[in-house]
Design a protein around this ligand. Sequence first.
Ligand SMILES: [Ca+2]
Length: 467
Amino acid sequence: MNKLRLLFLAILAGGLLSGCLKKSFDQPADLSGYDPGLPAGDSAINIRSLLNMRPYTGGSLDTLLITQDLTLTVIVNADDRSGNIYKSIYAQDSSGGIQIYIDAYSLYNRYPVGRKLYVRLKGMYLSYNSGTGTPCISGGISEQAAPLGLNGQAIDQHIIGATMGNEVKDTVVSFNAARNYTANADITLLCRLVTIADSVQFGDTLHTYASPTDATNRYIWTCGSNLYVGNTTPTGMMAVRTDNHASFHAQNLPFGKGKISGIYTIYKTTPQLILRDTTDVRFYGPRCGAVSTGSVLFSENFSGGASNTDINLTGWSNYAEAGGKKWIFSVISGSTNVFAKMSAYNTNQNSVISWLVTPAINLTGKVNPMLSFRSANGYDNGATLKVYASSNFNGSNFSTATWTQLNPTLAPSSPSGYSAFTPSGNVSLSSFTGNVYIAFKYEGADPSSGTEHSTTWELDDVSVMSN
Ligand SMILES: [Ca+2]
């Protein structure tokens, strides 16, 4: 036994040692806690002061070769991880933001969101992104006045990485202020992470974030006085611009309304937001305003339910097919948000099957009905949540109704602790007509001996909307 243990320890130590050596050869050292400070001999400058050295006038000659030993200290606020940003990053300090052109891929490995950078400006160019008005610094300027990315050794000479994980502060601005950019007053917004203070929604939900072939503008608005439907008349709206290379370009625009953040840029005089990824879009509330024939057909946010009591909402079915445990209302300590929750934990049952089914939702005459909800996963050890729709459920025929399994995005597995609530995406119900019921079916187990499948599944903001 002792010999075996020694052998095991020897193998373990050898494995760790070779692992360390391998890492040091294959990867740059982890400098996450390292801050080299301002380079010796350089003077600090902030972004606003840099822009003041050559303000934008709208001309293609708004470029400046920086000849002084000046260094910016910035925090990366957007990287190229999702593909919506290409061969550049955005960074900000307390005075403004700037785009930094770097002629390399996968910049997020070295310059992820939240990393502090020292940018040595001597020999770099300040310009305005091919005359769009968005300030940037680069390694050169093309004959067509386009910024050229830093490349080769120049990257490390100019971009010095420091600490990781710094907070990226967003600047909160009203929708009207954001879309009515005035050059001198708002220059400090450019290239910063901005959150729109108002709740907004996409004017159009029939499309994806971008076409497969081109960078695409979609438009957000507040449902104020401009009653707007569609995607062609941006009066009173603001552009959200997404590149067709973004990993999320083919996702449907979210149907709901809420808060949006993004990198604030401008195309000539038209402001636009650039998303880092779809987590910048938090449209979880119901839509507002006139939306063609569209409407919220059904929504339930579980508010008012008493925590740790069985869900008993009018019209809903809450049925324990096996194991005797029903879905309950739940609230996280310190929060007031009520959601639906199910777990086989502590049931001492070999099989736990629990259904939570919505009331009938009438789709008659509705165009493009879509289900959405949010889910969260806790202490995942194998219990499943499946989502179904049925047109012939009658409130009691759980085993004989025709259930069609839907394919929403569910929360990621979280073996320890809880995931965040995760949007399901828009799940089309176009293949159903008449009254449809949506079922959330939990299947788990908590045997007195044997394998436990007691994952917690949580649901919130179940809604069905149509155009
Ligand atoms: Ca809720």
